[in-house]
Design a protein. Structure first.
Length: 603
């Protein structure tokens, strides 16, 4: 059975990533990309679906772990009655093949250790052909192969590779695992040098961070996590390295997050710029431009790490699911949904990039004009909305607000950067959208904006209304909407996205039940800051960051009843929101909010 999410740490090479348990087991790893089939899938099944365990043979009396400084090199220390041993895990920045390096270091006494390697390609379904060739363990299954180098002799039992060994204080025993196409061979690397090089690479990257605020360590760790979820060849950033970790334990809200969402565009850009990572921000902007290029009618809400469009969803029935949460899904059918808000996200991201000093790109502006032109006929349509509901399309208030943002940012970009465009026509559309939202999206009896036109329910996305500049924070309708959200969606100090009670199947097509949504709770802190409720803003922010595990990682959601992180892990959206809210609170407490923060606080 998989561990609690809090018990996992992340290692990665900025093209794929692995989850390493507190018990020393790598329970999830996809090779060679984030969205490739997993070769270790015990996270969503059991040990027979693949894992790589290195741990003491006797039960540890205490386990502690940390990342080395500002790096993604993980140290896990096992304390046993016989002594103390350290397991070092990392994935070196990629040269030709993706590698996993594990080094066992003796610290005190002499400790008996065990290694168990279960390789199963294609999400645990393919048992490979395993042979030792010239002292190297090679596992081949269809197009995939893994090679293991180790000074320890190994033996196979029941399709599992095992070894037992002892480590004394001062000794270091390395293991090196490399993925390669089955028709090729891989070459060994020096594992000990790779650990030092990987640590230096990450320290050099994180050392460039120019954030020096109160929550420095949390912000830097979040930025490192964001970098780890970046697909380096293209600049795309995946939402999470996992699929099907449930939003409600035992439930069906299990989705594949190993793709790049346009919705996160401005949010992500702002976080990178907050940290001073202009190069990464430009790479993300350029990925965005390449991904959305083409007919505006074909705009998707998410793409593969290299901009792939076909993300066909299917179920993997042989995996039992994390804590029996079924189905396990690969691909994401929401990629074919109509979500009008992504037009606003793209236009907002492009405007933010230019406002932050990224050079004007005429070709990019032509694409932006094309997108806005397509939106002129699309914005009056119902859609599936921000939360990718699988119920009927509706006129979601947030979708219309973000359509307004698209035209607003097009107008501002044209005016501020002296670019051509039908600005007068855009102004007229912007005004029509604004009037419609204020008329049809506001429920006078409830005294609040609502989730969709004609609804009496609120939605956390309504917190973004002042943050994107649609209405000022002091507007009575904004103030009363915040009060309604507090009344209807707060649970133990955290915020639901929307109420998934008995009516939820009518809205999202799914059974009720999910955790509180951590990015939305950061939005709540931002909202308090905008309304000068500084103590509440700080308390809300600190309440969320206390949920981070011992190595600073957060998932998408939290179950207050079970007191557990839930949802895909670690979640880029949550870590980006942490970075932005940390900066927003610092700005709010230091003086009036400036325009850039008001626009980007939700991103």
């Amino acid at each position: 059975m998989a561990l609690r999410l809090e018990d996992y740490a992340l290692i990665g090479d900025t093209q794929t990533a692995a989850l390493v348990g507190r018990d020393g087991s790598i329970d999830w790893l996809c090779f060679p990309r984030f969205d490739s089939p997993a070769c270790f899938a015990a996270l969503l099944g059991d040990t027979s679906n693949g894992r790589w365990l290195i741990c003491p043979a006797e039960r540890p009396t205490h386990v502690s772990r940390r990342y080395r400084g500002g790096s993604l090199v993980l140290d896990t220390e096992f304390h046993t009655p016989s002594g103390k041993v350290r397991l070092v895990d990392c994935m070196p920045p990629r040269d030709r093949t993706p590698d996993v390096v594990r080094v066992v270091e003796g610290i005190e006494g002499e400790v008996a250790m065990q290694m168990e390697l279960v390789i199963r390609f294609d999400y645990g379904s393919i048992v490979p052909w395993v042979r030792k060739i010239d002292g190297v363990l090679r596992a081949i299954g269809g197009p995939d192969a893994l090679s293991l180098w180790s000074p320890m002799p190994t033996h196979g039992v029941d399709l599992t590779t095992r070894t037992e060994f002892r480590v004394r204080a001062g000794e270091r025993i390395p293991f090196h695992l490399a993925w390669h196409p089955s028709h090729e061979t891989a070459s060994p690397i020096d594992p000990l040098a790779a650990v030092d090089d990987t640590c230096a690479w990450w320290e050099n990257w994180s050392g460039r961070c120019n954030y020096d605020g109160e929550w420095h360590d949390l912000v830097v760790r979040s930025l490192i996590t964001l970098k780890a979820l970046t697909f380096e060849p293209t600049g795309g950033i995946v939402a999470a390295p996992t699929t099907s970790l449930p939003e409600f334990l035992g439930g069906v809200r299990n989705w594949d997050y190993r793709y790049c969402w346009l919705r996160d565009a401005t949010f992500t850009l702002y976080a990178l710029l907050v940290g001073g990572y202009t190069e990464e921000a430009v790479a993300w902007r350029n990925w965005l431009l390449r991904a959305v290029a083409g007919d505006p009618a074909d705009l998707q809400i998410m793409y593969g790490p290299a901009g792939e469009r076909r993300l066909t969803e299917f179920e993997v029935p042989w995996l039992g699911g994390y804590e029996s949460s079924k189905p396990v899904r690969v691909g994401n059918a929401a990629s074919r949904q109509l979500q009008l808000d992504v037009y606003g996200e793209v236009m907002d991201a492009m405007h933010l990039a230019l406002s932050s000093g990224v050079a004007v790109d005429r070709a990019a502006w032509e694409l932006e004009k094309t997108l806005v032109g397509g939106l002129e006929s699309l914005w009056p349509e119902p859609d599936e909305g921000l939360w990718e509901v699988r119920g009927p399309r509706r006129h979601f208030t947030h979708s219309k607000v973000m359509a307004w943002v698209a035209f607003d940012r097009a107008i501002r970009t044209a005016e501020e950067f002296k670019l051509d465009g039908p600005v007068d026509r855009w102004r007229a559309v912007r005004a029509r959208i604004h009037d419609e939202v204020c008329r049809d999206g506001f429920n006078r009896a409830k005294g609040s904006f609502t989730q969709f036109y004609g609804s009496a329910e609120v939605d956390a996305s309504l917190l973004l209304i002042p943050m994107v500049g649609f209405l000022p924070p002091s507007d009575p309708r904004v103030v009363s909407t915040l009060a309604a959200i507090e009344r209807d969606l707060l649970r133990d100090g955290f915020l639901l996205r929307y109420a998934t009670h008995s009516h939820s199947a009518e809205v999202d097509g799914l059974p009720p039940g999910e955790g509180v949504f951590l990015p939305c709770t950061f939005w709540l802190a931002d909202s308090y800051a905008l309304q000068q409720r500084h103590d509440e803003a700080r308390e809300t922010f600190e309440r969320v960051v206390k949920l981070a595990n011992d190595v600073g990682l957060l998932s998408e959601e939290y179950d207050p009843s079970a007191r557990r992180l839930v949802g895909n892990f670690p979640q880029a959206f949550t870590h980006v929101a942490l970075v932005n809210t940390a900066r927003n609170l610092a700005r709010a407490e230091g003086g009036p909010a400036d325009d850039r923060r008001a626009r980007a606080g939700s991103r």
